[in-house]
Design a protein around this ligand. Sequence first.
Ligand code: LLP
Length: 412
Amino acid sequence: MDCFSYKNSSLFCEDVNLLDIADEYGTPTYIYSRKTLEQNIDLYKQSFKNKNSLICFSVKSLNNLAILKIINDKECGFDIVSYGELMRVLHVGADPNKIIFSGVGKSEMEIVEGINNGILSFNIESESELQRIERIASKLKKQVNVAIRFNPEIDSGGHDYITTGRKGDKFGISSENFVLKLCDFINNSSNLNLIGLACHIGSQILDIENYRLTARAIINLADKIKKTGIELEFLDLGGGLGIPYIDDIVPSAANLISLIEEEFKDRDEKIILEPGRSISGNAGVLLTKVEYIKDDFLIVDAAMNDLLRPSLYKAKHDVWNVSQTQNKEKNWTIVGPVCESSDVIIKDHKIHALENDFLAIKTAGAYGFVMSSNYNSRMRCAEVLVNGSNHYEIRKRESFSDLIKNEIIIND
Ligand code: LLP
């Protein structure tokens, strides 16, 4: 359940009318509901019967500092993939001992920063990365915790671009024997401690039976590692739980956790999950204005540079008119101003709309603002956080000087 609903014919986020937000901050603007975020986190946390668990929010899905602060205050950990994400979470006071560093291409600098900041673990994705971490750890004379990201070769469905756990995907290590070989390497190193195994099979997963297969695969491998004398502290099943965009039927975090706990009964390892979308997705909308109507097109002021998902993955986001009226609905194709034919938010969408109306593009909290760009020299949106009847600008709309601040004209 999200906290966007109609009251007196106008769409509200919690107790704030979206028309007031349009008035105060302009459009396009991302709007997030604090209550929705907190409810989503509570659902994850309260569903665990076994309290030996950790939710590491996947920062890549939504990374505004104000949001990360709220998530940190809920005592979550963080799943990060870059130096920038590490710095963001440390900036809001994250406990380093709850930070997991994933990603196939960690640079020397990122590894040094992770080590010096004492993060919980690096999720290792290749032999070369493992060797690099060992080299840096011994140079820094530090003990470094690592987990191996195992690729269980499960096709979790969904768009090709967001499926990660199949044979041939670039993530993780597919062969069990190779994982065991890396375990030996770690065992023989005086600077590395193997503390976990990790998997992440994809994103927008609608069939949670895929998690059962993943849990079984990871448990099976953990048992093989145990035979070599290594007791793992955690097993990390990654993120990926799907959410309803338009007509998807999705399991809840509670369903997912009861399935995982069923598979993990009698296990001592801590369970880690790395949800992103299922925490941030329905907590945000992108508010946009209808600039022009032409034929069957609604031309709005938000574009693919603001919300890339429809153009990149043919993802469908529901779009609501902020004002409910008796006007007749018709099928519109909603497009943005960017000069690309793929700058389409949604095709054949039944809605009533007039020029100057405000529309809310729903379920845009995850992979929305974070994937935005300055394409066509468009300034990135403002972000606003709603808490009850209060609203706060948590990121200013970019200005022309923001747009050019790192550019240098050469007077040659
Ligand atoms: N853990 C790892 C290692 C990941 O790579 C990801 C997402 C997550 C956790 C969080 O997954 P989530 O719970 O949010 O599904 N831009 C795409 C999604 C890319 C996901 C990348 N990895 C989209 O807009 O659908």
